[in-house]
Design a protein around this ligand. Sequence first.
Ligand SMILES: Nc1ncnc2c1ncn2[C@@H]1O[C@H](COP(=O)(O)OP(=O)(O)OP(=O)(O)O)[C@@H](O)[C@H]1O
Ligand SMILES: [Mg+2]
Length: 270
Amino acid sequence: MRGDAASQFSREYAVPQVELSSVSKQYGNGRAILDSLTLSIAKGEFVSLVGPSGCGKSTILKLVSGLSPTTAGEIHVDGMSPENARETMSFIFQEATLLPWRTVRQNVGLGLELERVPRERRHAKVNSLLDLVGLSHVGEAYPRELSGGMKMRVSIARALATGPRLLLMDEPFAALDEISRDRLNEELLRLREEQKWTVIFVTHSVAEAVFLSTRIVVLASDPGRIHADVAVDLAYPRTAELRASPAYEQKVIEISRLLRDARSLAESGA
Ligand SMILES: Nc1ncnc2c1ncn2[C@@H]1O[C@H](COP(=O)(O)OP(=O)(O)OP(=O)(O)O)[C@@H](O)[C@H]1O
Ligand SMILES: [Mg+2]
């Protein structure tokens, strides 16, 4: 499934940052959610996970972040167990989980406070993060005063405060209207150019996955497994104009078709 661009890509970014080897997951004595899943993600990749609801996308992020243990198999992040690699990653959830009684500044600085970073350094860091996500003007506002898109940017700024190398993003823009989502997609890529994170991104939007990713993993369900692993060989930086290009549209069609196949596999019980 992976073409020439992909093999060239994997030569350039040969260092694996996240490795799942034959990972299986069951919650309690329930059915197998993931069955022997193997996936290797190199430094600098932006990998989107797409697949039917319930196929285990969020579960994969929880396992990689160490929030939930594997039932079998191994996961390494930067060569460490997820528990030991916690400081290297940040998790961004669909709902911007901000503390309502804290201002934007205080929300962004939360992780730094917990790490006991001295006040002045913390303030300087929060300033630069607010600047980065374009929210310097609302530092003293409370979450209830912000739009959904702004809340999500606060949540991203907070996740970036601790200097992660790996971002785990679980449908972060799902609740936003299409225009806000498109704009945040563009901003996310702009930030990534500067910060060089590796990203694992979960989404139900094929268009979003194609716009953002270097690679898209299509999952089938029951049990969750890899149906297709496709390189997105569109050049960066990617700007709004890309969405009107034939190469982009072609990729959206290709991934949509794979996703449909994965869904019908699930429905037929195969
Ligand atoms: N804590 C839990 N205990 C028991 N079962 C769980 C738990 N978390 C998830 N599951 C089950 O595991 C399966 C995969 O869930 P997961 O949330 O990973 O799916 P998903 O692909 O993220 O779905 P969606 O696209 O709807 O977010 C589902 O059947 C879900 O009900
Ligand atoms: Mg999910």
